[in-house]
Ligand binder design. Structure first.
Ligand code: PLP
Ligand code: FVT
Length: 429
């Protein structure tokens, strides 16, 4: 497998871009190799600058649930492009996308579009603080909510992957208002609520954490979280940037039947262009300017190309049978990975929900929280990642991320992936 052109680009990139990448997770540092530079992609295949192709399970970290260059998305974006790329004024596509979101996501009565998941979570926290008049927020160890200051405490994703404990540049006064506790642990939650509920504006949670690898909520956990926050007038925020439109049209909240006060979205609702959103209860959302006093804005928010891609993506997802198709393929992949590992005597645990999954190495699971995730064998994951890349399979370059199946993966791709996993795991024995 050639890597020459990618290597040349990466060397150049490091001269002019910190670490050579525009987001740390892309650098592949923790898996011990340099990143291939992508030339183009089609369906579930990615092609790099050296002429290699890969079956893609990163899917741009989640958004490409239809696969790359889905014709319906391409024609919607082309049509929007011909009409102008940004106006800084309202357009019908914003209303259309907002209407779809309010119809499909149970908690969302009103929604504001932004440009990224980070903007969505950052704005939702500001809103919760404005609404309650309280300062503190509770987050869970290993959950990642983007890179706003308040969230860089025991964060997942690249923060965990690179072993960055917090982040220089985040003032202590800000993180003093963030309380981080273990996920799936009601005793820890109760202890915090008993001590300081009256100061807590919001609890923010990935209802299915996917940034320390995929971790499932224990039975009744989300329900109790909902019950207690309601009793204490604490705003419950579901960060569904990954799970939104991934676990179904109504996201994790519909899947588990637990309805938060606010929901953050991103990734899929932009169909591969930059979009985020936060929405929820009408009385809370009406606090946002210009209706109310909580300020939040954006020059490119509700961008016509991005909303066109988002609407087109939802069009396709709303066709009958899409989530069933994703489930079947992801289930087969999970089964295949488990049986390959069992045949070869590799200790690992594949945790899946819908079309997202993580294989944790060095543990037979279940992996239920950040400490469990951190005790997995990241070196073994790195070796697996490199072997899979050799086999033309593109996985997330970190143990603490999810693999995503898209509608573009067909049965042959899934079977080829399982066969590749056999070859890759054989090298680990
Ligand atoms: C759950 C979750 N929230 C928020 C974010 C931040 O989104 P973005 O990278 O678009 O800022 C991410 C992903 O990066 C995420 O996985
Ligand atoms: N699950 C983690 C992400 O999606 C982050 C992507 C990025 O920061 O580039």
């Amino acid at each position: 497998m050639g890597q020459n052109i990618s290597k040349i680009y990466f060397e150049k990139a490091k001269e002019v871009i910190p670490g050579g990448v525009n987001s740390p997770v892309r650098a592949c540092k923790s898996v011990g190799c340099d990143p291939p530079f992508v030339k183009e992609a089609q369906g579930c295949y990615i092609y790099d600058e050296d002429g290699n192709f890969y079956i893609d399970y990163v899917c741009s970290w989640g958004p490409m649930i239809l696969g790359h260059l889905h014709p319906h998305v391409v024609s919607a974006v082309e049509e929007a492009l011909r009409q102008g790329t940004s106006f800084g004024a309202p357009t019908w596509r914003e209303v259309e996308l907002a209407e779809r979101i309010t119809q499909l996501v149970p908690s969302i009565e009103k929604v504001r579009l932004v440009n990224s998941g980070t903007e969505a979570t950052m704005s939702a926290i500001r809103l919760a603080r404005g609404f309650t008049g309280r300062k503190k927020i509770v987050k869970f160890d290993g959950c990642y909510h983007g890179h706003a200051d308040s969230f860089l405490v025991k964060a997942g994703s690249g923060v965990a992957t690179l072993g960055i404990p917090g982040s220089p540049g985040v003032p202590e006064e800000i993180v003093a208002n963030t309380i981080a506790i273990p996920f799936n642990d009601l005793d820890a939650l109760k202890a915090v609520f008993d001590k300081e509920a009256k100061e807590i504006a919001a609890v923010i949670v990935e209802p299915v954490p996917a940034n320390m690898g995929v971790i499932l909520p224990k039975e009744g956990y989300l329900e109790t979280l909902r019950k207690w926050t309601k009793e204490l007038d604490i705003v419950l925020i579901f960060d569904e940037v990954i799970t939104g439109f991934r676990l179904g049209l109504g996201g994790a909240q519909e899947y588990f039947g637990v309805i938060p006060d606010l929901t953050c979205l991103g990734k899929i609702i932009g169909g591969g262009l930059p979009v985020g959103a936060y929405g929820g209860r009408r009385d809370i959302m009406d606090m946002i300017a210009p209706e109310g006093p909580v300020y939040q804005a954006g020059t490119l928010s509700g961008n016509p190309l991005a909303t066109a891609a988002g609407i087109a993506t939802l069009d396709v997802l709303m066709r009958p049978g899409t989530y069933e198709a994703l489930e079947e393929k992801a289930q087969r992949l999970e089964e295949g990975l488990c049986s390959v590992a069992a045949d070869l005597g590799i200790t690992c645990a594949t945790q899946r929900i819908g079309s997202m999954m993580t294989t944790f190495f060095g543990t037979s699971g279940p992996v239920t929280n950040f400490d469990d995730a951190l005790s997995s064998n990241t070196e073994m994951y790195g070796a697996f990642f490199r072997e899979m890349l050799e086999q033309n399979i593109w996985l997330a370059p970190s143990q603490f991320e999810a693999a995503f199946v898209s509608l573009a993966h067909d049965w042959e791709d899934i079977e080829n992936t399982i066969a590749s996993a056999y070859e890759a795991m054989r090298e680990l024995v």
